[in-house]
Design a protein around this ligand. Structure first.
Ligand code: IPT
Length: 959
């Protein structure tokens, strides 16, 4: 057994974990980030004491993003055999070296690593000075005996794997190196060794060892009191201002001891579970509108700069997120300082996941009781408990932390219970989150019932047990005595997530549903030559494809429709319209709506006809009615639709909530009565000719083969009916029933290889009637239809489709007509849901309006190309070249890509434009859901009806 495989060797000379702080007095802190000498060895066995041929490397960094080894993305599977505590014999090593200066040799000198993967051997001036594992935990070494005044040499030997790697099987790229800050602290003899601050019951108490002069300041920086204490001080605070995520009020304690100055911020906050299982913060029931955050950057891997962290947290706040679960390890300490300052509730998770035990024998199984699991083994207890202890002790002073988590996806065994017991003894009353305890029935080992990716609704066909795992089933079962927390839900992979509102609806209705965290914050990729890459792009031994690209924001932190959907689902203001009364409800917990400006606008056919600005005094959880009769009285009629928009903005002009209501005003058509157009027939085609247009309809194909406007051809290929969409990541299960694929030619309806059959195509006056069917290759027809085209002298064509879908056919991706038109038609306007893409179950954020766009602007570059760019409820779509579609709320899509080409591309650089503007006029498009990891798409969002009636018109405007 090697040193780093021996479970007795978790740490050597590492100091007991203390709370995070950095003394501020001059000379105390020397950041050692920067350029270091580096040498990479394929195998630790080859490491020699004297190294020649150094490279240079930036610290912090991950060596895989710098070309030493290829990145490796694996989710559940370990990237090596499951034979704990042993790791592969050829264990790569990175040797890091640099000089550092010790000015005051009379002081104590410490070296602190905030994060090293997977373990670090520390050498000072050639002497072994310590060892630590636990990648995302802090390691502090007292190197005083090894240093001398002046220049010293620090060498760190970092191994790719150690026994601790078995506890770090999180779903991410497996990176190595010194990936967080490393620094030296020079501290006087007799300095404080730890500080614990508690703000409770009108008092702020600090515990420390030694004597200190402590000054308390309020949130405005005013000195409240100074005290000197031995081993602790306590300040009475009259009428304390409480900390919460909406109003993050912090008090500051300044400790002066032995010549050192240390500042720690604290906040008053109480967290408890109410009798109705609500989560009560400072006496107020709060809903956790959360997200799971991994530290991820497409260029630096696990290392996020301070600016990047700040940007993530600010972006979260702007999306109405109030909670972050630090999945699945403690973040850099500065992350938590920012959560305190900006106001985010934190579920602090320690660095622990052993998910890969479920696949250690073929298949996937939670045989949690099996003694193979390290959670059940005595020799692993120390490794488990110290991970809880180190996380807690480092982060114990943060007011933002509301719950402590033992880790993720690790089964549940005695070692987890030891962690829980340790925590409960260390801080009685602190809420414990232990996801697998809930999953596996050890309910009293955690304070919340935490599950992931449940279905929303209960189901008659389910057993009691299964129903209890649905949101509705759990909430309506009186036997349940714990709050429901979804540690993961709304899997945000690719185009998605949809169906988020349904969860929030239950959350507001049931006190015991305290909220959840979207999985996850940002896509994980490694960008190479401008192309975001994922699992399988690096010849990994085992990988999980693009399952790492499941962020609600992209790898470069751009928003997508899914981000905006979550923002809308989480928004803290609702408004319902009843006649002329608008009832506005404040869903904030601690904020009066008077802090926001409300703009009401009445829009008719996309034009603003009336506006009003308001500031409303509405206390948290209260409602207020606003009579909007005068405002909406300004619109008496419209052609396409009239709406009342309510937009709430904060003092920076950022929209925090938006609500739209359709107004019931009469729709007037300005169109003159139309005259039927006589058609002429040739052997193969039917021709409709009029002023400025000629349509040619193929009897063979049952579609248009030519649409000419003033002699100019508009089509690049015949129009057709189709049902295919490039599968989204959330279609990854259902697509097996939809498509023909190389690996499976039996399970699908083969919608991606459809034959169109025309049985009959006849003309009667101005009308063409087609009867036909669609069938996937090798399958029976799945859709039989009659399509009727009526032509008028003004060039308009009324299209109606009436058909039936085969009873035993799977629900359809979509159904509609495809028009492939000239590139010159790329600019267009539409009256419908926009401006971003939206789908039946992902449009809470979208709004009806008149929008201008182009085929290029409609593109959404998901890491893996897929269906995108849809607009629901479209009433009119008009291209700049005169091709215009009107209808009663069809779905439309305008793209530079053909959906079959989109389906084939694995990365953005593989995607080829097909030289056309690809227009879809759809009866319906199935919703999005989050079935990439979450439940199947709700029935109501599936295009599953068997009888289809669809109508729209199109025409060519005159030049
Ligand atoms: C769940 C994991 O907890 C999370 O880390 C991530 O892997 C996510 O799924 C998928 O992206 S585990 C899953 C098997 C439910």
């Amino acid at each position: 057994m090697r040193f780093y495989e021996d479970l007795d060797n978790i740490a050597i000379n590492r100091l007991p974990q203390r709370s995070y702080y950095i003394p501020e007095n001059e000379g105390a802190y020397t950041l050692l980030n920067g350029r270091w000498r580096f040498h990479y060895f394929d195998s630790e066995a080859d490491v020699t004491d004297s190294i020649s041929g150094w490279d240079e490397i930036s610290v912090p960094s991950c060596w895989q993003t710098l070309g030493y080894e290829d990145p490796n993305y694996t989710n559940v599977n370990y990237p090596y055999p499951v034979d704990p505590p042993f790791v592969p014999d050829r264990n790569p090593a990175g040797i890091y070296e640099r000089e550092f200066n010790v000015e005051n040799a009379g002081n104590q000198t410490y070296i602190v690593f905030e994060g090293v993967s997977s373990c670090v051997f520390l050498y000072i001036n050639g002497e072994f000075a310590g060892y630590s594992q636990g990648s995302h935990l802090q390691a502090e070494f007292d190197v005083t005996p090894f240093v001398k005044k002046g220049v010293n040499t620090l060498r760190a030997k970092v191994l790719k794997w150690c026994s601790g790697s078995y506890l770090e099987d999180q779903d991410f790229f497996r990176f190595n190196g010194i990936f967080r800050d490393v620094y030296m602290l020079s501290r006087p003899q007799g300095h404080l060794t730890d500080i614990e601050v508690l703000a409770e019951k009108c008092a702020i108490t600090a515990k420390f060892s030694g004597s200190a002069n402590v000054t308390l300041c309020d949130g405005e920086g005013r000195v409240l009191e100074t005290k000197t204490g031995q081993d602790g001080v306590s300040f009475a605070v009259e009428n304390p201002v409480f900390w919460n995520a909406e109003k993050p009020y912090l008090y500051t304690l300044k400790f002066e001891a032995a010549g050192e100055v240390i500042t720690i911020k604290t906040g008053f906050k109480t967290v408890e579970i109410g009798p109705d299982c609500a989560l009560i913060i400072n006496g107020v029931p709060v809903k956790l509108k959360g997200v799971n955050h991994h530290d991820t950057d497409p260029y630096t891997g696990w290392y996020q700069t301070d600016e990047a962290i700040l940007n993530d947290l600010l972006l979260m706040k702007s999306l109405n997120i109030n909670t972050v679960r630090t999945s699945h390890y403690p973040p850099p300490p500065k992350f938590l300082n920012l959560c305190d300052e900006l106001g985010l509730y934190v579920v602090l998770e320690t660095d622990l996941e052993t998910h890969g035990f479920v696949t250690r024998v073929c298949g996937y199984g939670y045989d949690n009781d099996n003694s193979d699991w390290p959670g059940n083994k005595k020799e692993w207890t120390k490794s488990y408990v110290e991970r809880m202890e180190r996380a807690f002790e480092r982060d114990k002073n943060h007011p933002s932390i509301i719950m402590w988590s033992t880790g993720n996806e690790s089964g549940h065994g005695p070692n987890h219970y030891e962690m829980v017991k340790w925590l409960r003894a260390r801080r009685p009353g602190a809420l414990v989150h232990c996801e697998d305890a809930s999953r596996l029935g050890y309910l009293d080992h955690a304070d919340v019932y935490s599950i992931m990716y449940p279905e929303v609704y209960k189901n008659e066909a389910y057993s009691k047990e299964q129903n209890n795992r649905t949101v509705e089933g759990y909430l309506t079962n009186p036997e349940n005595k714990q709050p429901l927390f979804l540690c993961e839900f709304a899997h945000a992979m690719g185009n998605g997530p949809g169906t988020v509102l349904e969860y929030m609806d239950f959350c507001y209705r049931y006190p015991a549903f305290i909220g959840g965290c979207v999985w996850e914050w940002a896509d994980h990729t490694v960008v190479i030559d401008g192309v975001p890459k994922y699992g399988g792009d690096f010849c990994e031994g085992t990988h999980d494809h693009n399952f790492c690209c499941d962020g609600m924001v992209t790898h470069d932190r751009r928003l997508k429709a899914g981000s905006k959907e979550i923002k809308a689902a989480y928004q803290n203001i609702s408004a319902s319209l009843n006649g002329t009364d608008l009832t506005i409800t404040n869903l904030y917990d601690f904020t009066n709506l008077s802090e926001f400006s409300l703009k009401l606008s009445v829009m008719a056919d996309g034009e603003t006809v009336a506006e009003g600005d308001y500031t409303l005094d509405v206390r948290p959880k209260e409602s207020r009615e606003l009579n909007v009769a005068a405002l909406i009285g300004n619109v008496t009629g419209c052609r396409l639709g009239a709406y009342l928009n309510a937009s709430f903005t904060d003092k920076n002009g950022h929209e925090v909530a938006f609500v739209q209501h359709e107004l019931s005003v009469p729709k007037q058509s300005h169109e003159a009565p139309r005259e039927a157009l006589a058609l002429t027939e040739t052997e193969k085609t039917i021709i409709a000719r009029g002023d400025g247009f000629v349509y040619e309809f193929s009897k063979l194909l049952g579609g248009f083969v030519s649409i000419k406007r003033n002699g100019k051809e508009q089509l690049v290929s015949p129009t057709k009916l189709s049902v295919w969409r490039a599968p989204t990541d959330n279609d990854r299960h259902i697509r097996k029933k939809w498509e023909w694929s190389d690996s499976d030619n039996q399970s699908g309806e083969n919608f991606n290889k459809v034959f169109s059959k025309v049985y009959d195509c006849r003309t009667d006056n101005n009308v063409i009637t087609v009867t036909g069917s669609l069938a996937g290759i090798s399958r029976k027809p799945f859709f039989r239809y009659t399509a009727v085209y009526a032509f008028f002298t003004d060039g308009t064509v009324d299209v109606s489709l009436s058909g039936s879908v085969r009873e035993d056919c799977v629900w359809l991706p979509r159904l509609g007509f495809e028009f492939k038109t000239l590139l010159e038609n790329s600019r267009f306007s539409y009256f419908g849901m926009g401006p971003d893409e939206n789908y039946a179950d992902m449009r809470a954020f979208a709004r009806m309006g008149l929008f201008h766009s182009s085929a290029a602007d409609e593109y959404v570059n998901y890491v893996k190309p897929q269906e995108h760019g849809n607009h629901t409820n479209t009433k009119e779509l008009a291209f700049n070249n005169g091709l215009t579609f009107t209808g009663y709320g069809f779905e439309c899509n305008v793209s530079e890509f053909d959906s079959l080409d989109l389906s084939r591309a694995g990365h953005i650089d593989e995607l080829k434009k097909n030289g056309a503007v690809n227009v879809r006029i759809d009866y319906k498009v199935s919703g999005i859901g989050s079935n990439s990891c979450g439940p199947a798409l709700l029935e109501r969002y599936r295009l599953k009806e068997k009888q289809i009636e669809f109508a729209f018109s199109f025409g060519l405007t005159k030049e």
